[in-house]
Design a protein around this ligand. Structure first.
Ligand code: GAR
Length: 212
């Protein structure tokens, strides 16, 4: 599929999803409301590791190209990783955003997109990394948790932190209620961070991210 042309100044975003895609929707809504040039970026493609999810449907409804790269369609995890990297590369992104993408990428993907691959995680890293950040914070008895937007490195949720948002845990919370409140904060944070990275540029100094 041909790469979609965008306005000259805007950075090209490829967003990866695995589920409902409300963080993706927040990006799409903000870009639609603000305008591509003022926001500084446009979503040029949305990729997923599975079919039939609302995250892909959200992109399809507004005519954004989508692709699916499933682990089970590849002989090895490394082959999947290379195929994912190829699929993303085809859209020539400046930034890749993992917005609820529930897969750990490998060496080839990081070789191509390291330093420009952003993830959002539903906990205050380095606490509660992994696939169950909300459940783990609740089970631990944390009184505050939140979300972290960070660059991806070769660990699990260990890369340099860009921004965090704090959410109080309530006595009556279950995983779903707490996750919903985290996601309200997370969507605003992700929209703000991606826009600032795209508009201002940034550098990564060790563990520190400096947005210019
Ligand atoms: C978000 O809360 C995101 O932080 C989380 O999945 C949710 C996706 O929501 N990601 C992880 O847990 C990754 N470890 P969405 O599909 O509605 O944007």
């Amino acid at each position: 599929m041909a790469a979609k042309p965008v306005a000259k100044q805007a950075k090209r975003l490829v967003v990866l999803v695995s589920g409902s895609g409300t963080n993706l929707q927040a990006l799409l809504d903000e870009i639609a409301a603000t305008g591509t040039e003022a926001y500084g970026a446009e979503v040029v493609a949305v990729g997923a590791d599975r079919e039939g999810i609302e995250g892909l449907a959200r992109a399809e409804r507004v005519g954004i190209p989508t692709f699916v790269c499933r682990v089970k369609d590849h002989g090895t995890r490394e082959e999947w990783d290379t195929a994912l990297a190829e699929a993303v590369s085809a859209h020539e992104p400046d930034l890749v955003v993992s917005a609820g993408f529930m897969k750990i990428v490998g060496k080839e993907f990081l070789a191509r997109f390291g330093g420009r691959f952003v993830n959002t995680h539903p906990a205050l890293l380095p606490s509660f990394p992994g696939a169950h950040g909300v459940r783990d914070a609740l089970a631990y008895g944390a009184r505050v948790t939140g979300c972290t937007v960070h660059f991806v490195d070769d660990g699990v949720d260990t890369g340099p932190i860009i921004a965090q948002g704090v959410v109080e845990v309530r006595d009556e919370d279950d995983e779903s209620a707490l996750h919903e409140r985290i996601k309200e904060v997370e969507r605003r944070l992700l929209v703000d961070v991606v826009g600032r990275l795209a508009r201002n540029g940034y550098r990564i100094e060790g563990r520190k991210v400096v947005i210019q």
